[in-house]
Design a protein around this ligand. Structure first.
Ligand SMILES: [Zn+2]
Ligand SMILES: [Zn+2]
Length: 224
């Protein structure tokens, strides 16, 4: 495996997805510049600073490592979404290893945000699944990953994902997810990025209906 990777590097030398410098796929310099989330994320409204909370999001806790507006992190996430690059694994792991270990019980089941079948066929992989795997490796967690619990139907209105309005998104996303079987009691939903929380919130609703008692959310990035 190692030899294969080295050979691959010789044929296609790595260039950083964020700064374009040769050497690594996501270089140490760019990883070191990430604007980290400092402080707790409010699980009801996804705000980090002190605030009067009027949030209604259904998560138990929310963990994210950086901000989506940060170009260094955004470059990585865009690459993950559209280029299916497992070559980014070791660099993403190096970044996550330096972050605080998420406080998650080993009995909780990791559920990556599913893609609709058509999308999955187009892309050939699900980036949330990749994030779940890297989280488990980086933090040496024992949690099981369940890929067989949720199903995602084609979104009725794909344009709705372009709006950052919670209500609009929540309305459009309703009925898109389905639980194929009973849910474990404690689920950790995994995604690459959370923006309004409407999509992830709808997944929580479906999981709760299927028997979940507690759902935590972990994403690489937070924000629009
Ligand atoms: Zn770089
Ligand atoms: Zn809040």
């Amino acid at each position: 495996m190692r030899i294969k990777v080295k050979l691959w590097d010789l044929i296609f030398p790595p260039y950083c997805v964020a700064c374009g410098n040769p050497g690594e796929w996501w270089c140490g310099d760019c990883r070191g510049k990430i604007h980290l989330v400092r402080g707790d994320i409010c699980s009801k409204c996804l705000t980090v600073a002190e605030h009067e909370c009027a949030g209604i999001l259904p998560f138990e806790t929310v963990t994210s490592f950086g901000y989506y507006h940060d170009p260094n992190l955004r470059a990585l996430i865009t690459k993950l979404k559209f280029n299916g690059v497992t070559i980014l694994k070791s660099d993403l792991k190096s970044f996550l290893c330096k972050q605080k270990v998420p406080d998650i019980s080993p009995g909780a089941v990791f559920v990556p945000m599913p893609l609709a079948e058509k999308r999955l066929k187009e892309r050939g992989f699900n980036q949330a699944e990749f994030v779940a795997e890297v989280l488990i490796e980086a933090f040496d967690l024992q949690n099981e990953i369940n890929l067989d619990l949720l199903e995602r139907m084609e979104n009725k209105d794909p344009q709705s994902s372009l709006t950052h309005d919670y209500g609009v998104r929540a309305g459009h996303i309703k009925g898109v997810f389905r639980a194929k079987k009973a849910s474990p009691e404690h689920v950790v939903l995994i995604d690459d990025v959370v923006t309004t929380g409407a999509t992830a919130g709808e997944v929580v609703r479906v999981l709760m209906e299927a028997g979940a008692k507690r759902v935590d959310l972990i994403t690489l990035a937070i924000g629009a």
